[in-house]
Design a protein around this ligand. Structure first.
Ligand code: SAM
Length: 240
């Protein structure tokens, strides 16, 4: 079932007017005339019946969908900037797995740097990727993405539980799946070249607990998604 997010409140019995992008997609790409779709506003989902043509599309709002697909806690990914395609792949997969917020940051070994003049366009693109992934996975919330922050700001993020995914932690630290039992938490993933020793120390001083994802050295994008899959699994167990 196709899902779209609405910026306007949804009222059963009233028609929702689709945005131009939704109109084009629903009317000309996936041909949803007469079909039932899912509309979401502010964490609440409704079924709706699509009407119209490729130029003007509305959806009559029907009953609420009682199914909730959000994780029962806040999971924040602090992700070092990495090459664009890999970074955007992380956004899509992290949204599917239920991430609440993504905080991109720059650290000393980043080979990709943020450019102030491109920041607005980049954030718009990232938000579009997150929106489409949230629609595809039928979430009730679009994950938030912040502006790119400094390493010091990433260290200072305010969360009770913070984990440092560290490739050299194997044998010395516990597996993420053994320390995280669900609940609000943040985890941090380094760039392609990893964190420097000073950064690892700074993260520990800031309250990040080093954890391992296993003995193998994972690429940054693999590590982000492996960690999130473990956390989503634990968080889901708490709901049952
Ligand atoms: N500096 C490393 C090297 O070249 O050997 C590789 C860093 S790795 C490509 C990028 C990031 O993925 C790391 O900073 C870490 O956050 C995460 N990572 C990779 N493998 C991991 C593992 N086995 N356990 C925990 N985190 C891992």
């Amino acid at each position: 079932m196709q899902q779209y997010f609405s910026e306007q409140p949804l009222v059963p019995g009233e028609a929702y007017t689709m945005t131009p992008a939704q109109t084009h997609h629903a009317g000309n790409v996936v041909h949803l005339q007469g079909k039932i779709i899912r509309l979401v506003h502010d964490g609440e989902a409704y079924f709706a019946r699509c009407e119209g043509n490729g130029k003007h599309m509305t959806a009559m709002v029907l009953e609420k969908d009682p199914v909730q697909r959000e994780l029962p806690c806040e999971v924040v990914l602090l992700q070092a900037l990495i090459r664009r395609e890999k970074f955007e792949w992380i956004l899509q997969k992290a949204a599917e797995l239920g991430v609440s917020r993504i905080i991109p940051f720059e650290s000393s070994r980043c080979v990709v740097h943020s450019r102030q003049e491109k920041a607005d366009r980049q954030k718009e693109r990232w938000t579009q990727i997150l929106t489409e992934a949230a629609e595809q996975s039928k979430r009730e919330r679009i994950p938030e993405i912040t502006n790119v922050v400094s390493f010091a700001e990433a260290c200072a993020v305010a969360m009770d539980r913070k984990y440092l995914a560290y490739e050299n932690a194997y044998g010395e630290s516990r597996l993420l799946g053994d320390v995280y039992e669900g609940g609000d938490a943040a985890f941090i993933i380094g760039p392609e070249g990893g964190f420097s020793d000073e950064e690892v120390q700074a993260l520990q001083d800031a309250g990040f607990e080093p954890v391992t994802l296993g003995a193998r050295i994972l690429r940054a994008e693999t590590a982000a998604i492996a960690a999130l899959a473990v956390m989503a699994d634990k968080a889901e167990r708490n709901r049952r």
